[in-house]
Design a binder for this molecule. Structure first.
Ligand SMILES: [Ca+2]
Length: 352
């Protein structure tokens, strides 16, 4: 158990599984309380009390019992994906393979953290390997398509570990590169541009052909999406992306997919562990959260001209203001003319 003093708040390794396997409830409570006390330094500085609990029905871990079978598993396999004692291999290091693993159970937890232990490795030299893998929380599941083996125009969250620079031949961006996208069913992932037009952000993550463990953390808490990585072999989370104002509906599915083309790699998922986060909310936050989200969205991705139009006066507003001013002047002119006429008449009467 690492009460690891990572420099990022809220970042610790979870309570180990063995604690959850304890028979004695009082003992379990004591150990969990003690561990939470230890880890409180990692997530205490914003005043939130954070509990972490592994949800087995949304987690994928050794020995992958029943994964892909019809009867006992919570997970489906697709394409070339296969289970070995060590990992779920999405694709082997061979050309033109597509594989995926998808949760069968719709996901209804509001605040959560997904820890993904994965391994990407192969014979190809740097940048002669591909294409990478993706992690999903989407409305759709078990689809085939061009986005790391999954469908385009997806609805939900996609986190991509892109190992091949399609656009970037000038090395402006160092690959492998993690990028994140929230799709609403109409946004298209541009594969030729490595998803740049729709990405929320990302970072370089040198995850390929390394000897140590490589892990990703995706956290969704109070509508804030955070992606961290532990890829340097230091057992420490480093921040990759942190975006507030992300709205995700409930009832979606977790998945992982991968694709190879002319270039290839082994893309292995070792584990996906889902932790429910217990977060305190103010009554105002509760109120805001009660509004049902039907489509994924991100606040700051709204077109900026809409915000300007709401705050100031848009072109239509300016036109109406001008019209009203002109009409006002006309009225004043008419009143002026009438008054002048009367005054003239009165002065004429005085003379006669
Ligand atoms: Ca790419």
């Amino acid at each position: 158990m690492a009460a690891s003093m990572s420099k990022f708040k809220l970042s610790c390794y979870p309570v180990p599984n063995i604690v959850f396997n304890m028979r004695n409830a009082a003992m379990k409570l004591f150990v969990v309380t003690f561990l939470l006390f230890l880890t409180s330094q990692c997530h205490g500085d914003d005043g939130l009390e954070l509990d972490e609990f592994l949800k087995r029905e949304y987690s994928l871990s050794k020995p992958y019992q029943g994964v892909g079978s019809f009867s006992s598993s919570h997970w489906d396999l697709m394409g070339t994906a296969m289970v070995t004692p060590e990992h779920v291999r999405l694709t082997p290091d061979l050309q033109s393979r597509v594989g995926a693993v998808w949760s069968r159970i719709p996901f209804f937890i509001r605040d959560w953290e997904l820890h993904v232990h994965f391994k990407i490795h192969g014979q190809g030299k740097k940048n002669l390997n591909g294409d990478g893998m993706a992690l999903w929380l989407t409305k759709e599941r078990m689809q085939n398509g061009p986005v790391f083996g999954n469908m385009n125009l997806f609805t939900g969250l996609g986190v991509f570990v892109d190992t091949y620079p399609n656009e970037d031949k000038s090395h402006e961006r160092v690959f492998p590169y993690i990028s994140v996208m929230v799709g609403n069913g109409t946004l298209s992932y541009d594969h030729d541009r490595d998803g740049r037009p729709t990405e929320l952000g990302g970072c370089t993550a040198l995850v390929r052909n390394v000897n140590h463990d490589t892990l990703l953390l995706i956290r969704y808490m109070k509508n804030r999406l955070t992606v961290m990585m532990d890829v340097d072999g230091k057992r420490e989370w480093r921040e990759c992306l942190d975006v507030p104002g992300v709205h995700m509906p409930l009832g979606y599915y977790f998945g992982a997919s991968s694709v190879t083309g002319d270039l290839s790699d082994n893309h292995d998922v070792i584990s996906m562990k889902l932790y429910q986060l217990t977060v305190q909310r103010s009554s105002q936050e509760e109120e805001e959260d009660r509004e049902e989200v039907t489509l994924p969205s991100v606040d700051y991705m709204a077109p900026p001209q809409v915000e300007v139009a709401e705050e100031g006066m848009g072109p239509v507003g300016r036109f109406f203001a001008f019209l009203i001013a002109v009409m006002g002047l006309c009225v004043l002119a008419v009143v002026g003319v009438v008054l002048y006429g009367r005054w003239k008449e009165r002065s004429r009467k005085r003379f006669y």
